[in-house]
Write a protein that binds this ligand. Sequence first.
Ligand code: AP5
Ligand code: MG
Ligand code: ZN
Length: 214
Amino acid sequence: MKIIMLGAPGAGKGTQAKMIAEQYKIPHISTGDIFRANIKEGTELGKEAKTYMDKGLLVPDELTVKILLDRVAKEDCKNGYVLDGFPRTIPQAEVLDKALTELGDKIDYAINVDVPDENIINRMSGRRACLSCGATYHIEHIPPKKEGVCDTCGSELVLRDDDKPETVKNRLNVYHEQTQPLIDFYTAKNVLKTVDGTVDMKDVFAAITEILDK
Ligand code: AP5
Ligand code: MG
Ligand code: ZN
């Protein structure tokens, strides 16, 4: 099963993608997590990506597409994957589509997690992220068992550099301009499913499994 998560920054793509990956035993691939891991390790890719990410801008398609295509070519992706944060532009979607078509394959579902902009800023300021394993928490809605420590891997939790309110506003603008057109792109391919992302994360997940189990 090949799944794409769509939605504004902070809509809960990562939260839901992790749950999908666990339940359906497919890898969770987040381009944002890949960039953050590279930033943490101080790689050249990380240094370049950081200059865009800190401003709330997208990393250029050229860089992003290569990383994603390399990742989905790995052995563990044979039975599918859930993509979180890719594609984010029409050119990225077209490259993915072409690569899959060449393999006689396609995306099965594009799940749009719908959350209005008003809810997003609050979510971001309360988010705490684990830069080691990619887990996310929320200080009010989804707190870790021990404050500041990742339940899954024990690493320190941090406020992401791009979660400051001014940067979040830029990310929302970029989302509306460059990523939202993908909703029409995947509607035209008959794979778009929209779920209400404002309800409890367990209820969002229930709506998603209902779609995937059909
Ligand atoms: P990326 O890491 O993908 O960030 P994003 O899309 O901005 O999305 P987020 O990770 O911020 O939010 P999310 O939807 O995963 O929400 P989460 O589950 O954490 O990208 C970061 C940057 O990298 C981009 O700005 C760009 O520069 C670059 N980049 C990445 N991919 C790229 C690409 N393809 N092309 C170009 N550039 C790229 O949830 C948010 C918070 O809400 C959490 O605290 C969570 O606990 C909480 N929460 C989740 N669900 C609920 C719920 N139902 N109720 C209450 N709280 C909830
Ligand atoms: Mg995320
Ligand atoms: Zn962790």
